[in-house]
Design a protein around this ligand. Sequence first.
Ligand SMILES: [Fe+2]
Length: 412
Amino acid sequence: MNKILPVDKLEIGMEVVAVDKSWLETNILFHRFRIQTKDDIQKLRDNGIKNVTITLPGPATATSPHPANSDTLPVDDDRDIPEIREMEVLPLPTLREWNALHDKTIAVLSKSFEDIRMGSALDVTPLRSQVIETLEMLVKDPRKNSFLVTLSEIDDESYVHSTNTMILSMGLAAQSGVAKEDLPKWGLAALLHDIGKALIPLEILKKPGKLAPHEWDTMKRHPKFGHSILSKSKDDIVRGICTTVAMEHHERKGGGGYPYGLDLPDLDPVTRSLMVLDIYEALTAGRIYRSPLSPAKTLAYLLEKELHRLDPRAIANLVQMVGIYPVGSFVELADGRVAMVSAYENADTNSGEVRLLVLYSSPGKPLPEPAKLTLPAIDRTRVRQTFHPRELGLSPSDVARHLEESSEGHRH
Ligand SMILES: [Fe+2]
């Protein structure tokens, strides 16, 4: 049974199933959770939430995610971000195919940067082929394991970053209902958004750590450099949307970005989406001077720190595409065990399951033998923290190997 309560009447232990504000108006990642501390209640107040729906213990409501009870606040289904989603594991040969395509795209992009540094014109043909090939892989299922396909063994941040944002950009566009014939535009614009960096001196571009103020001023010229490189192209798409996105991608909602201080409604939808992916990719990939963050931590960061500067709809689409605990990410369970999420099965039904491969008895203590564990769902209140595989010292190929291990015996 559900009951609507004012926030002031909430107590620790109560299970919240809905709040009186749209998901996009708050920075709370889940609208269904158990209150664990007074801070959780304060967070609801801080977000301007006055009333919440709680579920009272009872067999009738225990397993139903959206109880159709007259006491429930009217809830638009779109508001709730699913905690667990159906996500098939990519078969290993597909994962290897992705890696090969990813590496080739990075090589092609690196050659394009080199050409521009040498003063040659941009040859868009090989780049476009990479985008089309990526799209062909993606359309088989645009939501499938976007986290896995953007894990890279290669360490060159500019090219890896642009390649990953290209994959994510087309996935996100496909998921938001953009027509298939328009997807290459989204991909090419993402792949070329930082091309202006080809004209930034390498000692600034490759400098580890923070830039000095004058170096930062130089770096901030890359959107205009991108515009000048791409606007000379003979290709309509490059001269059009790619030039626009290269110019706009550091603008921010409210006009707080650069180079022109444009506001969100002035920006192209491709840019509004890319602005979110630009940050998401940078944080999940990590950089020489910064550890990578897990998808869950990155999504929480976007909602808590960046929501006011970005397009909330683009963030919501990203959360839906990536999922909170995507396949290949790691969770620390309440008992301290650390496990890799290896598959979701029938997640949209009550009999949905999540498969985990337990690799550590506690953080830093590997088990002699990985153990398989199947749960009805990942209970967010029982996840202490999440990890990016690299935080545990695991490379993308280690993740692929563990996925292979975990799928043995599960194949029908
Ligand atoms: Fe940039």
